[in-house]
Design a protein around this ligand. Structure first.
Ligand SMILES: [Zn+2]
Length: 324
């Protein structure tokens, strides 16, 4: 566990930090990309930011702990649990699996061992069941120094469809489903007392979401727009750093621009290869996952041409899942 990099804040001085990160990246490559930062968002709310993997939210109360998303592998989950244990001995009461992508739930068994109750959207469970084997076989565990056989299927104990309110330590936590973003079942986890929200698969901050899975880009833009009416200051995204309303607006514009650009190309009958050449989106080249641009645009082109999201395609035809 001593290779786990824990920092509350990410701004201790650029130069020094750069040197530290360079050294730690060596350790991280040896330790399975386990590098992460544990940031405090509110007195009782934390954000586990993992640039190379996926993020989690953690609410710590005297009555117990609530965790949103359990990272990609049990090893990652063990590191997260160890970090939580430096803050509290309270029981892990709830785990929310906010989406069906394996990099967000395949650490589940660690928290099952702790006795947590698992909650997810009905569609999330359905796709986890459909995709579990493929997820386990497709993730880059070997390059992370991790053993895929350690991943176990842990399904939700409680399902919801539209809204579910939990109470823990006197706080109310709202699980909301207002429509599919990146995925059907994308769950927003609202912490009203902290004016904060974990944004499920709907909103990735400064990050190219995986567009192979959404059933509708119009729908995704609508969900992002509706999110702006929910009164919060801080978003804890599944990928990318902590975010503000301004970041949400930027991501909404990004998805809207992808949507309108690909739609125009499809309407004009532009061949896929030509569209990929034209739509370079240079203004988003600094965002995480820009290297997936062609794959994402191809998926969008396929959805808008055939009406079918790529994840409904039989597994043998699906491309390998990237690390987010
Ligand atoms: Zn992901």
């Amino acid at each position: 566990m001593d290779h786990y990099f824990n920092r509350r804040k990410r701004h201790p001085g650029l130069k020094v930090r750069g040197i530290c990160i360079a050294g730690l990246l060596v350790l991280a490559s040896w330790a399975g990309n386990a590098i992460a930062e544990f940031e405090q968002v509110a007195p009782d709310l934390y954000f586990n930011y993992d640039h190379g993997g996926s993020n989690s939210a953690i609410l710590i109360t005297e009555e117990g702990v609530l965790v949103v998303d359990t990272r990609m592998h049990p090893d990652d989950a063990e590191l997260l649990l160890a970090e939580i244990r430096t803050h509290t001995d309270a029981p892990i009461k709830y785990v929310i699996n906010s989406q069906f992508h394996g990099d967000h739930y395949m650490g589940n068994k660690v928290f099952a061992r702790e006795g947590a109750t698992f909650i997810a959207h009905t569609d999330t469970k359905a796709v986890i069941l459909e995709r579990f084997e493929y997820e386990v076989n497709s993730r880059p565990f070997a390059s992370r120094g991790q053993d895929s056989s350690e991943v176990e299927l842990v399904l939700p104990d409680i399902l919801f469809n539209t809204q579910l309110n939990l109470t823990l330590g006197g706080r109310t936590i709202e699980l909301l489903y207002i429509g599919a973003g990146q995925n059907e079942g994308d769950t927003l986890v609202h912490f009203p007392h902290a004016r904060a929200m974990h944004s499920g698969g709907v909103f990735h901050n400064r990050s190219w979401a995986n567009t192979s899975y959404t059933p509708s880009f119009d729908g995704w833009v609508n969900v992002l727009t509706a999110m702006q009416d929910i009164d919060v200051d801080t978003y804890l995204p599944p990928h990318g750093p902590l975010a503000t309303k301004k970041d949400l607006e930027a991501f909404t514009q990004f998805i809207a621009k992808l949507n309108s650009s690909v739609k125009s190309a499809v309407t004009a009958g532009t061949p896929l290869a030509e569209m990929l050449q034209n739509l370079t989106f240079d203004e988003y080249s600094e965002w995480r996952g820009y290297d997936r641009r062609e794959r994402n645009l191809t998926a969008m082109h396929e959805l808008m041409t055939t009406g079918e999201a790529q994840y409904f395609v039989p597994n043998e035809r699906a491309a390998p899942i990237p690390s987010q």
